[in-house]
Write a protein that binds this ligand. Structure first.
Ligand SMILES: [Zn+2]
Length: 245
């Protein structure tokens, strides 16, 4: 089904040297897509479940350490992989998949897709889908835009490819990628989670030793609070079950 969007306005601004982008006119498009289950910010808030998601891998050093922690606790998570990292370390993606984790597309080169024309967005996505499918033999259902940057074109291309765009609603404030300290990461994440939270963390793109160190504590505390840790696919299934009740 073709999707029609009104033209969106990309507003760029700088905070402390970092570039941020605000989509001033995407609110309605996003609301429509959320209602259709084409974009996800959280799971079913009636269910005591949380999804851990890891971006920017696979990384030869940190991803295996994160996989070890997840295995120790019997937890399944979701990995949004960068295509060129997949090409460099296909065996790690295979390991993620074979361990029962869900793999998602995080573009080929991690550009700001919100600023790119449709043809570039499509090639970033298609190249990554192709590379991952070659490694694990299945088509992916999920995509997460780098920096969470959305535009009409990004949303339209994801819809065109028939994949769900997965955002998050917890973890951003923990800024695990900036190495703010293990205790800070733990405290921020635990203070923000609630039923259906999608937590953003990073297994690649730099030194992720603090994320690795924080992870067992985060998992233990969440389990102590009665949360079940699920993949994005399980979260989506939970939403659909609810709709048919
Ligand atoms: Zn990223």
């Amino acid at each position: 089904m073709p999707l029609k969007f009104a033209g969106s306005e990309v507003q760029e601004y700088l905070v402390k040297g970092r570039r941020f982008i605000r989509m001033t006119s995407l609110r309605k498009e996003i609301a429509d897509l959320r209602a259709q289950g084409r974009i996800l910010y959280s799971g079913n808030t009636q269910l005591r479940e949380i999804a851990l998601t890891f971006d920017d891998g696979p990384d030869p050093n940190y991803t295996p350490q994160i996989l070890d922690v997840l295995q120790r606790y019997g937890i399944k998570a979701t990995f949004f992989c960068i295509g060129r990292q997949v090409e460099a370390y296909p065996q790690i993606v295979r390991q993620e998949y074979e361990a029962g984790h869900v793999i998602g597309n995080h573009s080929w080169t991690h550009p700001d897709l919100g600023l790119l024309p449709a043809s570039d967005i499509l090639s970033e996505l298609n190249q990554t889908f192709g590379a991952i499918q070659e490694v694990i033999g299945v088509q992916l259902a999920f995509f997460r835009p780098p920096y969470g940057s959305l535009s009409t074109q990004v949303l339209a291309q994801a819809c065109h490819l028939g994949v769900t765009t997965v955002m998050w609603n917890a973890g951003e404030e923990a800024r695990d990628w900036s190495r703010p300290g293990v205790k800070f990461i733990i405290r921020q994440i635990l203070s923000l989670v609630r039923n259906g939270s999608i937590i953003l963390m990073h297994d690649g793109g730099g030194d992720r030793s603090q994320t690795v160190a924080a992870l067992p504590v985060i998992i233990q505390r969440l389990q102590d609070r009665g949360f079940q840790l699920v993949t994005i696919q399980q979260m989506v299934d939970g939403l659909q079950e609810n709709l048919t009740l």
